[in-house]
Structure formats: C-alpha cells, structure tokens
Design a protein around this ligand. Structure first.
Ligand SMILES: CC(C)(COP(=O)(O)OP(=O)(O)OC[C@H]1O[C@@H](n2cnc3c(N)ncnc32)[C@H](O)[C@@H]1OP(=O)(O)O)[C@@H](O)C(=O)NCCC(=O)NCCS
Length: 172
C-alpha cells in the first residue's frame, strides 16, 4: 500500500466523536498499553464519552487533574480514516520536561515505518508553532525506542541528554 501524505491531517478530539475513535483506542491500548496511547485499558462505550470530555476539557485548560497543563489531543487522519493519536502540550512543567515533552504521537501498527510518523510530526510541529506559539519543541522517548529516536533525528532535533528518557529539542 503506497501512502498519500497529502491526505494526512490532524482532527482535534471533540465530545461528539464517534465509535471509530473508540475502536482505534481499544485496539492500540489492548495491544500495547497506556504508554502508547493515553487511555485506560478497559475503555469501552460507557467510558469513552468521559475520555472525550476529559480531552476536550484539557485542551481548554478546564477541569484538569493536579499537575496537568493544557494539552490538545488529535486523531491522526488519513483521509477520513483514523490511523493515530497525537497531542500537543501547550507548555512544559517539571514532569513533562523529564518525560513527555511537548508532542506525543502513536500510530496504528500497520502505518508505522512508512514515513507517516515523520509527515505527522511535521504537522504537529507547525501546529505547535502557529497555534500555541511554542518555539523550541521538546520530544522525549525511552532510550530503547529506536523508531521514535530515529524520527527525532530525522526531524533534525538536538539530543541534549539521556537519563531514563532521551531529550530531543527541535529548535526554532
Ligand atoms: C514512533 C512512531 C510515531 C514513528 O513513526 P513511523 O511512521 O514509524 O516513523 P517513520 O516511518 O516516519 O520513520 C522515521 C525514521 O525512523 C526510522 N524507523 C521507523 N521505524 C523504525 C524501526 N522500527 N526501527 C528502526 N528505525 C525505524 C525510519 O527508518 C526513519 O528514519 P530514516 O528515514 O532515516 O530511515 C511510530 O513508530 C509509533 O507510533 N510507535 C509507537 C508509539 C511510540 O513509540 N510513540 C513515541 C513515543 S515517544
């Protein structure tokens, strides 16, 4: 399957999102857990509306748990199909500076390793700059997450340090 990167776009998560989003989350969290997609493993039709509401609220900086910063969550879309989940934290705090950074991105397995991550990261970087006024953008990953690290390197990010996580900065 060849990939038309022109069809890639970011669709902000809203309270009105339908069952396709739930199916995507279920598949990805059941297979790989919360580190890959920030949703509970047992997410189902009854808890999905709450998840959507929490994401929509957090994008507006409302009703956030202690220590959270405003963060916008997006479905990664290929045409009209959901193929991933991404987010942009509008600012960093001490926690995110260690782990999390500004940008998070997870693609469905069958779309990995084909350049989609790179193209999506470009869209996220542009949004971070134009919509949230973020200059230098931090991405973190676990040292053994080769795909994520290579993605950062391909983006031209600067690796400033490695402790439990690698810290890559995409400079303005
Ligand atoms: C990390 C992730 C978003 C990267 O997106 P992707 O579409 O797989 O990456 P791309 O195809 O755009 O590739 C980017 C670079 O990484 C390399 N790469 C991708 N997957 C790789 C793998 N499994 N092993 C080694 N290198 C890999 C590519 O070769 C490319 O570098 P190159 O052009 O120099 O060859 C994706 O793999 C993913 O969703 N992983 C699971 C979730 C996750 O780990 N998210 C990051 C948490 S910080």
């Amino acid at each position: 399957m060849s990939m038309d990167m022109q069809k890639l776009w970011l669709r902000e998560v809203t309270v009105n999102d339908g069952p396709e989003g739930l199916r995507f989350l279920k598949d990805i969290v059941n297979e790989e857990g919360i580190m890959v997609a920030p949703a509970p493993k047992d997410i189902d039709a009854s808890s999905f509306p709450k998840w959507l509401q929490a994401k929509a609220d957090t994008a507006k900086g409302l009703n956030m748990p202690e220590g959270f910063v405003p963060c916008t969550t997006y479905w990664v879309m290929l045409g009209e199909k959901i193929i991933g989940l991404a987010n942009i934290k509008h600012e960093l705090n001490d926690f995110l500076r260690k782990k999390g950074g500004h940008i998070g991105l997870s693609l469905a397995k069958e779309y990995r390793g084909r350049g989609v991550g790179f193209a999506t990261a470009k869209l996220l970087i542009e949004r971070a700059r134009t919509e949230f006024g973020i200059g230098d953008i931090l991405m973190t990953n676990e040292p053994e997450n080769i795909a994520s690290r290579k993605l950062c390197e391909k983006l031209g990010a600067e690796l400033t340090d490695i402790d439990e996580h690698c810290h890559y900065w995409i400079r303005k």
